[in-house]
Design a protein around this ligand. Sequence first.
Ligand code: TYM
Length: 332
Amino acid sequence: MEDKKTLFSAVQPSGTPTIGNYVGAINNFVKLQDEYNCIYSIADLHCLTVKQDPQKLRKATLELMALYIACGIDPEKCIMFIQSHVPEHAELTWVLNTITYPGELNRMTQFKDKSRSHADNVNMGLMDYPVLMASDILLYNTAVVPVGADQKQHIEITRDLAIRFNSRFGETFVVPEGVFPKYGAKIMSLQDATKKMSKSDENINSYISMYDDSDTIIRKFKRAVTDSDNKIVFDPENKAGISNLLTIYSVFAGKSIEDACKEFEGKGYGDFKLKVGEAVVEGLKPISEKREKLMQDKAYLDEIIVKGAENARRIAYKTIRKVYKKVGLYRP
Ligand code: TYM
């Protein structure tokens, strides 16, 4: 690998990814791939913290790899792999667990939210989720982690664990930084602009799936909640719905927020929502076509997956050896 800093990020293959995942994360994965040595993972082990249909999980995993490539991540430039193919992730999680306190995990917002939404299955994995995520990041000497705003706390605990391990056992881990997009770090629900857009939302009108067809996309945008003063201005605090739509538009139309505001000055909400929908349809069309084509070529995807795991393991193996040595595990 060239002498660039390492970037690591991952997406869970649970349900269908939304345009929130795209704007907050995957779109930036593509933009950053020349600047860093990029490693993009599919966090399948994380998915097990909530109940999954095994067959659907397997399909969603392959589909996410196809989506990564269809969005423009270049497998020749980046390492792309499936988390469970690199056993060092689970191994490092065990070691980091021994320096993590239950109180640190208990207070995580995502843990609290998910404990509420999955009250019948509050398992140890759900609580330990941030430690697995820290392991993902720390195994690769990662300097930067591009993610959406909802992952901020998880990046913080990753940094805390790296610093704690280093101070207890000597310099081992690079302490990573989170990078968040200036606009779109938190794409909101189309039905309730105070809530994050989420693939697990019960109301399917609240999110745009990356796999939605054109008619569905337009219909969902037409139904998006706005407000009653009929002014299209960017003001996330007082006009969350409109600002959310402007953010989505700016990313998919490839325009700045300022230009988008100018374009819609004096226009009505109905017109505006239709234009946002059309921009998303246009933006997703080539991605969908490429993804569908890739899904027909499982051999090609498997080749990338196998190569990705080999390349990732080469790095992860070195880190775990170092860690085991530092903590005092014997090896002949
Ligand atoms: P996940 O799968 O929930 O989401 C993947 C990425 O998408 C971002 N995101 C959003 N961004 C903007 N607006 C939204 N509405 C929105 N919804 C999701 C997330 O912030 C994330 O960047 N724990 C992680 C996956 C993970 C990971 C890692 C990430 C596992 N190991 C190591 C970075 C580094 C997760 O559940 O993301």
